[in-house]
Design a protein around this ligand. Structure first.
Ligand SMILES: [Zn+2]
Length: 410
């Protein structure tokens, strides 16, 4: 996303565009604000503006958005954009003083080169996930942190000539995870990066950053979006997901994701587009796998069996309203992806491709919009006030029966 495409954050964007336009951008920036409001996107917008070589002179400081450099930056694949982000596992315990590993079996390999290699592999995987699905949520075991090894590695890279002969950008995600040893090793670079290099730190918890780090960066605050901005964001996403599909088939998708009947989703996201995307793309994690299993295996005749599975995933003995909502919230994106695959649009949840493909082969194409509409309708019913008497198990049973019928082409 280019800087001027960012929805909301007018203040931050104006500050950045002005600085970029005058060629006086501070070499170390700190983007602060709640998670999911656009700090990561803005960092890439700035990187594109700095690396784009196609911008007309009168638009100085703006990225063109379509040249090779811009595409690479926005695709998280530019050789002159480097990343530092918290990584869990061996590398976090790089320095035994930083993180004591008491269990000898869990103690990481002592060879620093090996550890750095492991850490690089993890970073490549995290970036690949994000490339495939910009809404990817990194799942890592343990407590991720930014180790001194990475800081040294980035410093080594910055000492070399840049790939394109121009500037270089280092994007530091969740900068509060820099451990003290790493932060101290980083200070000189923050203070005075090599010629043409820019550092962009992002943090949702700047209070946890060391004062020495804070004092070296120019702070750019990001805030939550207001309701109007969130609706605008939702409809942009709806349009993007639609991706050229025909309007009649797209209608259920539009209703679900373009914000018209999804006020509740906007409400729940509390002004954070990232949260909205996460809710759209994955649904609640406990139900995500189950929703895709339902897609790939089908329901068959075993509605009670499925209700038992939903209860088990939700951790209670009897299906309650919240679980019912949670499962619907996981079904919606799963069916959205099914609809997308059958119509040749973009799939959001790449990890579940196999499940979606299996469903796409089994379920008649014309049945899917109806199935999606049925889930939406029940979801709405659950939420409406004055329907406190609705029986969640019954509602779920009716919906599952609908889906089974739909899948059978009846
Ligand atoms: Zn460009």
């Amino acid at each position: 996303m280019m800087l001027h495409d960012l929805i909301g954050q007018t203040r931050a964007v104006t500050m950045l565009e002005r600085a970029l336009g005058s060629g006086r951008l501070h070499h170390t920036l700190l983007f602060t604000g709640p998670s999911g409001v656009g700090k990561w996107s803005a960092a890439h917008g700035v990187a594109a503006a700095l690396l784009c070589r196609e911008t007309p002179r009168e638009m100085a400081g703006r990225a063109c958005g379509c040249c090779g450099d811009c595409r690479q930056v926005l695709g998280l694949a530019h050789p002159d954009v480097h990343y530092i982000m918290p990584i869990a596992g061996p590398a976090s315990a790089y320095d035994p003083k930083e993180r004591p590993a008491t269990d000898p079996k869990k103690r990481p390999a002592t060879d620093p080169k090996k550890r750095l290699a492991t850490e690089k592999d993890t970073l490549i995987r995290l970036l690949a996930d994000r490339r495939l699905n910009p809404f990817a949520h990194a799942e890592q075991e343990g407590t991720p942190s930014i180790s001194v090894a990475w800081i040294r590695e980035i410093q080594r890279v910055l000492a070399l000539r840049s790939h394109g002969g121009g500037g270089r950008i280092v994007i530091v995600r969740e900068a509060e995870a820099i451990n003290p040893t790493a932060a101290n090793a980083f200070l000189k670079t923050l203070e005075e990066p090599p010629e043409g290099s820019f550092l962009i730190l992002t943090s949702a918890a700047p209070a946890r950053l060391l004062p020495t780090v804070l004092s070296r960066a120019q702070r750019i605050p990001f805030g939550i979006l207001d309701r109007e901005e969130m609706s605008r964001f939702a409809s942009v996403v709806g349009d993007r997901l639609e991706n050229g599909g025909r309007s009649k088939e797209v209608e259920p998708l539009r209703r679900a994701f373009a914000g018209t009947s999804h006020d509740s989703l906007i409400e729940q996201s509390k002004g954070r587009p990232g949260e909205l995307l996460e809710r759209l793309s994955l649904g609640p994690p406990v139900y995500r796998d189950l929703a895709f299993r339902l897609l790939s295996d089908g329901i068959g005749r075993d509605v009670p069996g499925w209700i038992a599975l939903i209860e088990k995933a939700g951790g209670t003995k009897k299906l309650n309203r919240g679980q019912c909502e949670g499962f619907f919230d996981a079904l919606l994106p799963a069916f959205r992806d099914l609809l997308a695959l059958q119509n040749g649009w973009l799939i959001v949840d790449g990890e579940m491709r196999a499940a979606i493909e299996s469903a796409a082969n089994r379920i008649p194409r014309e049945a899917v919009p109806k199935m999606l509409a049925s889930i939406q309708e029940r979801r709405r019913l659950l939420q409406e006030e004055g329907t406190r008497n609705v029986n969640p198990s019954l509602l779920m049973a009716v919906t599952l029966a609908d889906l089974a019928r739909g899948a059978a082409g009846a």
